[in-house]
Design a protein around this ligand. Structure first.
Ligand SMILES: Cc1cc2nc3c(=O)[nH]c(=O)nc-3n(C[C@H](O)[C@H](O)[C@H](O)COP(=O)(O)OP(=O)(O)OC[C@H]3O[C@@H](n4cnc5c(N)ncnc54)[C@H](O)[C@@H]3O)c2cc1C
Length: 469
């Protein structure tokens, strides 16, 4: 008997539900399949940095599967439709009896799987799918009416109650199998991206090094996580979002580490767990209200703000040339490394939407194209939250003042100077508002003066919000 496991955002061997249950049948041949869709719509594209990471991880996994006598099949296709056709053809070719996969919650992926499953079942192939990407499966945490929570606070409360009662179980790695007698020519995974930009030290792709990174965080950093997580020059967060989103590490395993190292770090561990629940929350929402995968939002009609399609503002924002050092440092970091700390993501996104008055979807798309951990549900969820059109919006207008944030979280300008080289000579006391100092001391500088007046745009935005209410 031969089974297929379709890998998607579960690029691991340990505690992988689909792989584990497929391997339970000791004598069956296992083919692990990965399909790359290379002609995705721009909006849903994954970032360049993530692509490089995925390729490296796949090359690594291919070797690992080989040592387990599991065949690995890689295919590059144009569209989801082609992937359905391709899977049906290989199922026929290798007389597949069972097909395993872990569920993806985003609309297009979910619908594709639904169509495929129907066709497989019609061809008498058993389809087995699993909830694997969230800490608590999305069909569990519901309000009293049986619906998904739209407010994080209540979702969190119920999730914590659940976690207190139920044990989260991690599954073991599959053991080496008796020889696999399937023969197929698997073309080499072509690696055609310039990989010199990828920071492998920060984001290793081999299990051993990833474990080392995680243990370093739990042993050395977590006790100060609650205090330090927002300081831009400290790198004090776990930097695990990429691994969780691509399923390189299991979220259950990550939770297990939180519990294990929780003893002396109760406050930090709790905040970290809360962050994982934010992740679950956005995945739950997209699973239950699948329109959220696209541009729909809960409060769009109520608080729609006419956005100025200002190409100059958008270009300045994405290139890090707004004249606001903290914004520019963040946007340059994103472009150069594919990374930005959560605090900075909030500051830069709020600035785009609430000060430059640009549609959140344009910013969200830019983040999707650059963030190494880009993920549709989490990215969209956060952008909507920032724009006050998502779930859990507060009644007051949440805005991040870049001057205050800069003074608070990069007080000496260490982070700013790392990414905005034009400001290297600016004294600390002027670093958050360098324009006047530059004008006087370095008049030939190329660093721009602020493209907007922060306070004027703030007043304008609040007035618009009130008008729309
Ligand atoms: C505008 C905006 C866009 C974002 N886009 C993405 C995205 O595309 N992909 C993504 O994974 N995260 C996104 N985030 C959330 C957050 O910024 C990152 O998850 C976090 O910075 C990752 O760093 P970390 O792993 O060190 O987090 P830690 O602080 O170590 O937190 C641990 C884990 O909790 C989860 N988490 C933390 N904060 C959030 C959050 N606000 N929402 C959901 N989950 C969270 C992540 O999985 C993270 O790895 C976005 C936030 C904002 C404000």
């Amino acid at each position: 008997m031969t089974s297929i496991v379709w890998l998607r955002n579960d690029l691991r061997i340990d505690d992988n539900k689909a792989l584990y249950y497929a391997c339970k049948h000791k004598k069956s041949n296992i083919i692990v399949l990965f399909i790359e869709i290379y002609k995705n719509k721009k909006y849903f594209s994954i970032s360049y940095y993530q692509k490089i990471f995925i390729y490296k991880r796949l090359l690594y996994l291919k070797k690992k599967f080989c040592t387990l006598n599991i065949k690995f099949l890689y295919k590059k296709l144009k569209s989801f439709n082609e992937s359905i056709k391709y899977i049906l053809s290989i199922c026929k070719k290798y007389s597949i009896k069972s097909f395993f996969y872990n569920i993806q919650y985003e609309l297009n992926q979910f619908n594709r799987d639904l169509i495929l499953s129907k066709k497989l079942i019609k061809n008498k192939i058993k389809v087995l799918n699993f909830h694997d990407n969230c800490l608590i499966s999305p069909n569990i945490i519901k309000n009293n009416s049986g619906n998904t929570y739209k407010i994080f606070y209540f979702f969190k409360k119920k999730s914590l109650k659940y976690l207190k009662k139920k044990k989260i179980i991690c599954l073991s790695k599959p053991k080496k199998r008796i020889k696999n007698n399937i023969v197929f020519k698997n073309k080499e995974i072509k690696f055609n991206y310039k990989n010199k930009l990828f920071n492998e030290k920060k984001f290793p792709f081999k299990d051993k090094l990833i474990k080392k990174k995680i243990f370093f965080f739990f042993k050395k950093k977590i006790f100060l996580y609650f205090k330090n997580k927002d300081f831009l020059y400290l790198n004090s967060t776990s930097e695990c979002s990429l691994y969780l989103n691509l399923g390189v590490i299991s979220i259950r395993r990550f939770f297990y580490y939180i519990l294990k190292y929780n003893k002396n770090n109760y406050k930090s561990s709790f905040i970290l767990l809360e962050k994982l629940l934010w992740r679950d929350f956005f995945k739950n929402l997209i699973f239950s209200y699948q329109n959220l995968s696209g541009n729909f939002s809960f409060k769009l009609c109520k608080k729609k703000i006419k956005c100025k399609k200002n190409i100059f503002y958008f270009k300045s924002w994405k290139q890090g040339l707004t004249g606001f050092p903290i914004i520019d440092a963040g946007m340059r970091q994103l472009k150069k490394t594919g990374w930005m700390n959560n605090r900075l993501r909030m500051i830069t996104s709020s600035f785009l939407v609430k000060n430059l008055l640009i549609d959140w979807r344009i910013g969200a798309q830019h983040f999707m194209l650059y963030l190494i951990d880009s993920d549709i549900s989490i990215n969209n969820g956060n952008w909507k939250w920032i724009s006050s059109i998502g779930t859990d919006s507060v009644s007051y207008v949440r805005m991040f003042n870049p001057y205050i944030q800069s003074k608070k979280f990069d007080c000496n300008g260490i982070f700013i100077k790392k990414y905005v080289k034009e400001l290297k000579n600016v004294p600390i006391k002027n670093i958050h508002k360098p324009y006047l100092w530059l004008k006087k001391n370095e008049p030939n500088t190329k660093y721009p003066k602020p493209i907007i007046d922060y306070f004027k745009t703030k007043i304008k935005f609040i007035a618009k919000i009130k008008k729309n209410e």
